[in-house]
Structure formats: structure tokens, C-alpha cells
Design a protein around this ligand. Structure first.
Ligand SMILES: [Zn+2]
Length: 100
């Protein structure tokens, strides 16, 4: 994905009815733009109701999440395997801390 920052969110009117992410700082008034999820969508000035009613497009959301800077791996060098803890090890830890 080559979706760059900055981006902005815009509700796309019916029949789309979802809020998508687009390139740029703000809508430049273009009648159609390509969203983060790769569809070219017609844009119109959204009403307040559009903002309230349109659910976020999760595909766009995920695209932008993947582009977010990686959080620092605080588990580097800790005894847990690659910082990932399965339910087993978490349960073991809870049981251990419960025991006086
Ligand atoms: Zn989208």
C-alpha cells in the first residue's frame, strides 16, 4: 500500500454510506477521489448527518493502521518469546502473582 500521510476522512453519500480515508490534508472539492481502500468514490459536501450516520470503512482504517509507525518493541530482550504471550503464559503469570 502506498497510501501516504496526511489523510482525511470523508463520509461518502448513499449508496456507499461509509466514511473513507483519502489522500491530502482536506477535501479539495474534487467530485471523485480514490480512497485508501482503492475505490474511486464520488464526493459531495457532507452534511452533519452524514458524519454522524456513516460508519467508518474498516478497510481504510486498516490501511492507515498499517502505515502507522511501529510501536517500540519494549519486549526486546525480555524473557518472553518475541514479546508475544499466549493465554497459557498469561494465566501462569496471574496464578503466580496470586500466590503469596
Ligand atoms: Zn474505504
Amino acid at each position: 500500500m502506498d497510501f501516504e500521510n496526511p489523510h482525511f476522512w470523508m463520509p461518502v453519500p448513499a449508496p456507499e454510506g461509509r466514511r473513507h480515508a483519502f489522500r491530502g490534508r482536506r477535501w479539495d472539492g474534487s467530485p471523485a477521489l480514490e480512497s485508501a481502500c482503492g475505490s474511486t468514490l464520488p464526493l459531495a459536501t457532507p452534511s452533519e448527518m452524514d458524519w454522524i450516520q456513516c460508519p467508518t470503512c474498516w478497510y481504510c482504517w486498516n490501511v492507515l493502521l498499517e502505515q502507522a509507525p511501529e510501536p517500540e518493541d519494549t519486549c526486546a530482550g525480555c524473557p518472553h518469546d518475541s514479546g508475544r504471550r499466549g493465554p497459557e503464559s498469561i494465566r501462569a503469570e496471574i496464578e503466580r502473582s496470586d500466590t503469596p
